[in-house]
Design a protein around this ligand. Structure first.
Ligand SMILES: [Zn+2]
Length: 341
């Protein structure tokens, strides 16, 4: 091999490793109940849950603790290894009864976001059970508010009243978790996945990560106060679409340039600037309940999407994907909350 071909192959290797380094992000799965008997919109059947875990294993993905995985994904530091984190909102009893044995058997770590005010109630875990989980090195216990309120500031709510309300919802929950379990995990899952500018600032000022319910993986361009998760209730977690989600990559668009999570105009517009080399014609976007939407070229790499009619629900999303090669997809989702509903 001549020096020239050697240099060439070294360069090729470098480019290849750069491509590999960029080809891994963190996929966070969001569950509530793992049960056949609980409400369908928040439940994953135990058989589907097992099949989903099987697929993670078959794809050779690494299941990591959420906090560690989030830090590494935001830093672009996953060393080319696609990672998955498993989360449960509300701390339902079926997590203890069904998910815990299944995940323990597989040595998969997971996170429980606790609605502290509900603990001990019907269908929820007890503080004793949570204490046992908190002592399990594979489990992280984190904040899902003290009362599961809608946390964005209401239009008719003064800043002072809202701040008082947030203090109770966020800080009382954190204090309960510290007192009861001795844990301090800097992570919040927004109740209903709802966030707005003030709430994101409140989460950032506490040094916490904020997780939503808009789909998509976490990568270096994600924002720490509106981290995406893939909802995995039975209707959304079907196996035929799961592989695309598990292998998805964060669309490399700076999340700070995305609109507020609170609706200002209905239907809203999502404008993004795609990175150089991306072909705007290959971006595909869907709106909640409205199917595929037209992606408008705004010039250069700038594109925008606006649904063809107003939304009538409190929460809705635009989901966009872009082919990433090798059958994989870049993914970006944005959720709005309509505070007038
Ligand atoms: Zn919840």
């Amino acid at each position: 091999m001549t020096y020239r071909t050697l240099a060439k192959s070294a360069l090729a290797l470098l480019l290849l490793s750069a491509a590999t380094a960029a080809s891994a992000d963190l996929v966070v799965l969001q569950y509530h109940h793992i049960s056949n008997d609980s409400p369908a919109s928040t439940s994953t059947t135990p058989s589907l849950f097992r099949a989903q875990m099987d697929m993670i294993e078959q794809l050779g993905l690494k299941v990591v603790p959420l906090q560690q995985g989030t830090r590494a994904a935001l830093a672009g530091d996953l060393s080319g290894q696609q990672q998955v984190a498993i989360t449960f909102d509300d701390a339902y009893r079926s997590v203890w009864e069904t998910a815990l044995p299944e995940l323990t058997r597989r040595h998969y770590p997971f996170t429980v976001f606790v609605n502290t005010g509900a603990i001990g109630g019907n269908d929820f875990m007890s503080w004793d059970q949570l204490r046992e989980l908190a002592g399990n090195p594979a489990v992280e216990i984190a904040n899902h508010s003290a009362n599961h309120q809608h946390l964005p500031r209401r239009p008719d709510e003064s800043m002072e009243t809202w701040q008082q309300r947030i203090k109770v919802s966020l800080d009382d929950a954190q204090t309960s978790l510290e007192k009861q379990l001795g844990t301090h995990t800097p992570m919040l899952a927004y109740p209903y996945g709802e966030f707005g500018d003030n709430l994101e600032k409140a989460v950032a000022s506490r040094g916490w990560f904020g997780y939503g319910q808009q789909s998509g993986p976490i990568g270096p361009t994600s924002l720490a106060t509106r981290l995406p998760r893939f909802p995995m209730a039975t209707a959304y977690g079907q196996l035929n679409a799961l592989k695309d989600k598990l292998l998805s990559l964060a669309l490399p668009v700076d999340a700070r340039t995305l609109p507020s999570g609170v609706l200002k105009r209905n239907p809203p517009t999502l404008s993004v600037t795609l990175p150089p080399g991306f072909n705007p014609a290959r971006l595909t976007c869907f709106a909640s309940g409205k199917g595929r939407q037209t992606v408008k070229r705004e010039g250069g790499q700038r594109v925008s999407v606006q649904a063809d009619s107003p939304f009538t629900s409190r929460r809705f999303r635009y989901n966009c994907t872009y082919p990433a090669g090798q059958g994989r997809f870049y993914w970006l989702s944005h959720q709005w909350v309509d505070l007038s509903r």
